[in-house]
Design a protein around this ligand. Structure first.
Ligand code: SAH
Ligand code: MG
Length: 210
């Protein structure tokens, strides 16, 4: 048996020094190594570029890996709002955005995403593109909030829909697993959405808000 499919395709791409720097800063700070997979990072940039999204909302910043991928697809006047629970993570994400000369795009909002989403709702904010990648127990609520903040035709992407296999293991019934299963059903069945699930890496969901 040779390399696995994800690894085979990843190896075709050249070294991305900006994303490598993010990974290094995450290791140095002792943060969890849970940035979005490289192929999905490329997909985020591609989708933002081809949908010509101008306003993006990210839920869960960590070290800024996905933030860089999202901001790379934006036009000059594009905006990325990034919600992150932990101040120290938002600080590292911001410093990585600065190093990549993308800081002018991003507005970090530190605190519980549920509270930040409420505020955005009150501000009547609207977005063209969403990336959900924070605490898995709240995925259904985050999806509902994103639909509420979506411009017509907006795209919602969400990471880790397989939870490293727990999603499809009947013996697993913890709160994150139950929430992600509910989220996956919503992507597939909610009449407000046109959805698709990609099973590579740890799973990614995509949906268009009708
Ligand atoms: N999107 C990032 C990875 C995010 S990891 C990337 O691919 O580069 C998940 C992040 O969600 C962590 O940084 C964690 O601190 C944050 N998080 C967890 N619970 C949260 C909450 N309730 N509100 C906002 N952020 C939260
Ligand atoms: Mg993730």
């Amino acid at each position: 048996m040779g390399v696995q499919p994800d690894q085979y395709f990843d190896d075709l791409y050249g070294n991305d020094s900006e994303l490598e720097r993010v990974k290094e800063s995450i290791r140095e700070a002792g943060m969890p190594d849970i940035s979005v997979a490289p192929g999905y990072g490329r997909l985020l940039t591609l989708l933002i570029t081809l949908t010509q999204a101008r306003s993006v909302l990210e839920i869960g910043a960590l070290g800024g890996y996905s933030g860089i991928c999202l901001a790379r697809g934006l036009p000059q006047d594009g905006k990325l709002v990034s919600l992150e629970l932990r101040q120290e993570y938002a600080d590292i994400a911001r410093s990585n955005m600065v190093a990549s000369k993308l800081e002018s795009y991003v507005d970090y909002r530190v605190g519980d995403a549920s509270v930040s989403l409420e505020k955005l709702m009150k501000e009547a904010a609207r977005f063209d593109f969403f990336f959900i990648d924070a605490d898995k127990e709240n995925y259904p609520q985050y999806l509902e909030a994103c639909i509420g903040l979506a411009n017509k035709g907006a795209i919602i992407a969400a990471d880790n829909t397989l939870l490293r296999g727990r999603t499809i293991d009947d013996n697993k019934q913890g709160p994150s697993v139950l929430a992600v299963r509910q989220f996956n059903r919503m992507i597939a069945q909610d009449p407000r959405l046109m959805g698709v699930h990609l099973p590579a890496y740890d799973g990614l969901a995509l949906a268009r808000v009708k």
